[in-house]
Ligand binder design. Structure first.
Ligand code: GLN
Length: 188
């Protein structure tokens, strides 16, 4: 049984929980999803999802909770797999848990949000529906790309840390969530 924690302070959380359930079903794995709201909730989780939302609001919400500092400790010490999407990817980069640098809102404002076919290097098949919502952009590319919008890197995998500037949880394609569960199983 794997325990997957979803950071619940702010953002698109329930979509990730649904996708995790589907991914577990596809892989025939038993998982428990734990809602992470305070630092003590992090104890014993095997993988973590950092949803998209508003990274500034997440930081403000976490100041009193100390949730994120506990998550960062765990990621640094136990090399636990993490999937960060959009604002989650921003936090991972700002914490230097990935080397790739990121710029917030780099495609423009809400009205500049868009969907596009992207290319991925994960699971079966190479095509993926990229949903970009006030998305950040990786600066200067990356040595560890896993997703591309045309030639631009939009997803990186550094060690066990996956950071995506798009939202796989808003599609019915569960490959990234399946990656997280598979990685968690191997790490456990
Ligand atoms: N623009 C948001 C931020 O900078 C991220 C958007 C998202 O997660 N969909 O935090």
């Amino acid at each position: 049984m794997l325990t997957v924690g979803v950071a619940m302070l702010q953002g698109a959380r329930h979509e990730h929980m649904y996708s995790l359930g589907k991914a577990a079903e596809n892989l025939g794995l038993k998982i428990t999803i734990r809602e992470l709201r305070k630092s003590t909730d992090v104890e014993g989780v095997d993988a973590i999802v950092l949803p998209g939302g508003e990274s500034t609001a997440m930081k403000i919400a976490s100041r009193s909770e100390k949730l994120y500092s506990e998550i960062w400790n765990k990621v640094r010490n136990h090399s636990m797999p993490v999937l960060g999407t959009c604002a989650g990817a921003i936090l991972l980069s700002q914490q230097r848990l990935i080397e790739t640098e990121i710029e917030r809102n780099a495609f423009g404002r809400q009205k500049d949000s868009f969907q596009s076919k992207i290319r991925v290097n994960i699971g079966e098949g190479n095509e993926f529906q990229g949903v970009f919502i006030r998305a950040p952009r990786f600066l200067k590319g990356s040595n560890c790309p896993v997703a591309w919008l045309d030639e631009e890197v939009v997803g990186v995998l550094e060690g066990k840390v996956m950071a995506l500037t798009f939202h796989p949880e808003l599609t019915e394609d569960y490959r990234f969530h399946e990656w997280l569960l598979t990685e968690a199983k191997e790490t456990k």
